[in-house]
Design a protein around this ligand. Structure first.
Ligand code: SF4
Ligand code: SF4
Length: 421
């Protein structure tokens, strides 16, 4: 039997010690970084508080339970693993989580046409994807098995299908993640859309019959998810093409309403959809729209359709439907060689500010070898500064960038947020 050491003899341990011991968690000692506590006893007990290295030496077959509150777990676990010499498997928490390599996407089920995957990062998803089986229940079982195998690779530090992806980072993750998010995503030209963006990979568009089959499959997968996990409140990502013009639009929103599931709705905002606006009135769902420029000519060049006034009007209508303006997210895609000056991108930030939304920053490179030009990189950093000074929340989609650009951007963003520039 493992020897239980509690790491941290502070306030949270004092408040919860009796509850933990009632559960049979009796530590052989405490370890703590605070030298003033060393060699004293914990509260009125006979349990020693020792320096970490001494505790480990004394109890070599140990498990170390991190006692502080959850916001400190990640930094403490990183410290224990890196500087304390504690094996990852020995770091424990009082919740079913662990410290390991991981990614928030894993556990999110991506339902693309005919296939299921774990994320939308093109160079990696092919390694995970499998064909949808007409026995829809099997798809979820198989998805869970495949996800578990990848997580086991991460946990045991083995090579994995995700090596090299900037989203694969150490953190606190569920030990056994369950499918909580369903992503109706686009691939293999399976979705209709009413614009023709220059960065779109979904051309040519599908035949009507193909698209109807896609609609049947999507609804069947959602209903199967409910029948397998009836108590589960899924979050559904409605992306791929534009749901506002999809023939299965109403059926899909009916399912969401029937089960009171929240959604992230991705759209180009060229057409207003009342069912999507209604979904936003739940206060939990989110709306994500691209807005490539607020300069009409540039917008038309990128989108392939001259409809900027309508798009701006529709986004404002969705914003009015949302309970919280932060439910609205405006995505700007860094397009090297397309934007010629800062104003072509910066106007999007002004619009985001005017409606109190969030800004998402994406790129159309997706981990490929192609680097951003120096000029484009500088313009992107300037844009981040501009947004930061307007106190706009920015979500940088690092996995959409070349991996080296992503690392440099992460660094620049930390500097900006640290107020160094
Ligand atoms: S490829 Fe990247 S984003 Fe996709 S599951 Fe792996 S780590 Fe996550
Ligand atoms: S909105 Fe999306 S699906 Fe439609 S053309 Fe643009 S990138 Fe393609």
């Amino acid at each position: 039997m493992k020897q239980t050491i509690f790491y941290g003899a502070g306030k949270n341990a004092e408040d919860n010690f009796s509850a933990w011991t009632d559960l049979g968690m009796i530590p052989v000692c405490f370890a703590d970084a605070d030298k003033t506590k060393h060699y004293s006893k914990f509260q009125s007990s006979e349990i020693d508080i020792l320096p970490l290295e001494e505790a480990i030496l004394k109890y070599p077959d140990f498990e170390l339970y991190v006692t502080p509150t959850s916001e400190k777990w990640e930094s403490i676990a990183a410290y224990l693993a890196k500087w304390g010499g504690v094996p990852l498997a020995a770091i424990k928490f009082f919740e079913p989580v662990e410290y390991r390599k991981g990614c928030p996407s894993m556990g999110r089920c991506f339902i693309t046409y005919n296939k299921i995957g774990c994320c939308c990062v093109p160079v990696y998803r092919d390694n995970f994807e499998f064909e949808i089986n007409s026995d829809y229940r099997l798809n979820f079982r198989y998805f869970e098995e495949k996800s578990k195998a990848v997580i086991d690779d991460w946990r045991n530090n083995r090579p994995s299908i995700c090596d090299g992806c900037p989203n694969l980072i150490f953190g606190i993750y569920d030990i056994a993640p369950v499918v909580e998010e369903l992503n109706i995503s686009s691939k293999d030209n399976a979705d209709f859309c009413n614009t023709k963006c220059i960065y779109c990979s979904s051309f040519p568009k599908p035949e009507q019959a193909t698209y109807e089959e896609r609609g049947r499959e999507v609804i069947a997968m959602l209903e199967t998810a409910h029948s397998l996990y009836p108590d589960h409140k899924f979050r559904v990502y409605v992306s791929g093409g534009d749901i506002a013009v999809a023939p299965f639009r109403d059926k899909l929103f009916d399912v969401l309403k029937k089960y009171a599931w929240n959604a992230d709705i991705y759209s180009n905002s060229a057409v207003y959809c009342e069912a999507a606006a209604e979904q936003l009135r739940d206060g939990q769902s989110a709306y994500v729209t691209t807005l490539d420029s607020t300069i009409r000519e540039k917008f038309a060049e990128i989108k392939g359709v001259d409809c900027l006034p309508k798009v701006l009007e529709n986004i404002k209508r969705y914003s009015e439907a949302a309970v919280d303006k932060r439910q609205i997210n405006i995505k700007l895609i860094v397009l090297d060689g397309i934007y010629e000056n800062f104003e072509e991108m910066g106007g999007v930030v002004d619009f985001v500010e005017s409606i109190g939304a969030n800004l998402w920053l994406s790129c159309n490179v997706y981990n490929a070898d192609k680097r951003l030009s120096d000029g484009m990189f500088e313009m992107t950093v300037r844009l981040l500064n501009y947004a930061f000074n307007k106190q706009i929340f920015v979500n940088i989609m690092y996995d959409h960038f070349n991996i080296e650009d992503a690392a440099m951007l992460r660094n620049q963003w930390e500097i900006i947020q640290g107020g160094i520039t």
